[in-house]
Ligand binder design. Structure first.
Ligand SMILES: NC(=O)c1ccc[n+]([C@@H]2O[C@H](COP(=O)([O-])OP(=O)(O)OC[C@H]3O[C@@H](n4cnc5c(N)ncnc54)[C@H](O)[C@@H]3O)[C@@H](O)[C@H]2O)c1
Ligand SMILES: [Zn+2]
Length: 356
């Protein structure tokens, strides 16, 4: 098992990465568990696929208590958290209990928020099961739920005690979910590591074949970038904002499409192409880099063209995004493949590439 430390000053923890080492996973869980039971929060899909396979984690000394929510982003709501809180009470969870968040980003965000709020905060461990969650959402302690008004509007920064990334979970993940996660992988490549970019370019077919070595390498590289950034800037004051590359326009697209028929990764891919176009038109990014980015995104099975809503519609959507401040937006631009920077841009400047 490989380990990466997330050196957040007041809440450091370790990310453990392995293909399927359940013995070690069990040791890590036991190290953080003060009781003879573990509260596993998951969804129906993941439970069905993995309840039996995860049996070696448990013994008479460590009983599994399953709490299951329905599958889907539409359940990432306060009402689900309340149900889980009530179930935790019924199942006698107390302030020393430990939660295991077992699932993709939806389960991770909900379980993390439940852990942050149950009895004013109890410990939790992330065990992510999608590519997106393994490279992104399980690390950094952003937890929360959606409101009718928009995504992730209620939440807390609340760090897990450990993150256990077992890459074999990805074997059962549908291809469209792999592609969804790849958008975030490309994001890391673009903002911080051109090596990942060129590695993806030559190895993407292996990813779709679920080749363990390729996936392990990519996940490890992405996580080391994320661990490094969140350790420097836990609460997104500056550095961490770089992780939002492609997300301003991406979130606007998700919102304009009412979160229907578009996955987060698909929207982020369009947003990254948009941000690259803009970076190029503002003179930050070379044309060759822009072309290479579009080519890689297409190879990954993602679409590069953003939907043709009006400029006004995009304006309203951008302002609704919680990162917007007045008419100016902190926008992440690319300097070159592997390097990004923050620009304070007006909405008109940002939207100047819409017609391309
Ligand atoms: N907290 C953060 O920092 C952060 C970062 C990025 C995204 N997010 C959030 O993450 C969420 C998206 O996460 P996601 O893309 O993982 O979606 P998801 O959690 O909905 O999972 C996608 C689908 O895959 C299924 N699934 C999960 N693991 C599986 C497996 N091993 N085999 C087969 N099927 C499996 C799920 O049941 C679901 O149907 C969004 O709500 C987003 O806001 C949070
Ligand atoms: Zn994202």
């Amino acid at each position: 098992m490989k380990a990466l430390d997330v050196k957040i000053p007041k809440a450091p923890y370790t990310i453990h990465i392995d293909n399927w080492n359940l013995d070690l996973a069990k040791d890590i869980i036991q190290k953080h568990c003060q009781e003879e039971k573990l509260y596993i929060i998951t969804n129906t899909t993941v439970k069905k696929l993995y309840q039996k396979k995860l049996r070696p984690l448990f013994s008479p000394n460590l009983k599994a208590i399953w709490i299951t929510i329905p599958d889907g982003e539409r359940y990432k709501r306060l009402s689900s958290c309340e149900k889980i809180h009530e179930e935790l009470i019924l199942k006698k969870a107390n302030r020393s209990s430990l939660i295991l968040a077992l699932g993709g980003g939806v389960v991770g965000d909900i379980a993390g928020f439940v852990a942050a709020t149950y009895m004013r905060g109890i410990a939790y461990i992330q065990m992510p099961t999608t590519l997106l969650a393994q490279v992104d959402s399980s690390v950094g302690g952003k937890t929360g739920v959606d409101l009718k008004a928009g995504k992730n509007l209620v939440g807390a920064f609340y760090q897990p005690k450990a993150v256990i990334v077992l890459t074999r979970f990805l074997k059962t993940l549908p291809k469209k979910e792999i592609i969804n996660g790849l958008a975030e992988v490309i994001k890391y490549a673009l903002i911080a590591d051109n090596h990942i970019f060129y590695y993806l370019d030559t190895h993407y077919e292996n990813i779709f074949k679920h080749d363990t070595q390729t996936l392990d390498k990519i996940i490890h590289l992405c996580l080391s970038i994320k661990a490094n950034i969140v350790a420097k800037d836990e609460k997104e004051n500056d550095q961490r904002a770089l992780l939002n590359f492609g997300h301003s326009i991406g979130h606007a697209i998700e919102l304009l499409k009412n979160y229907k028929n578009i996955k987060h990764g698909e929207a982020v891919a369009m947003g990254m192409v948009y941000a690259s176009e803009l970076s190029s038109s503002l003179g930050f990014l070379a044309k060759n880099d822009l072309l290479a980015i579009k080519l890689l995104i297409t190879k990954m099975g993602l679409v590069t063209a953003w939907p043709s809503f009006t400029k006004t519609a995009y304006k309203i959507a951008l302002l609704k995004d919680k990162k917007a401040q007045d008419e100016n937006i902190r926008f992440i631009c690319l300097t070159k493949i592997g390097k990004a920077h923050i620009e304070d841009l007006s909405l008109n400047t940002i939207l100047q590439c819409l017609k391309r």
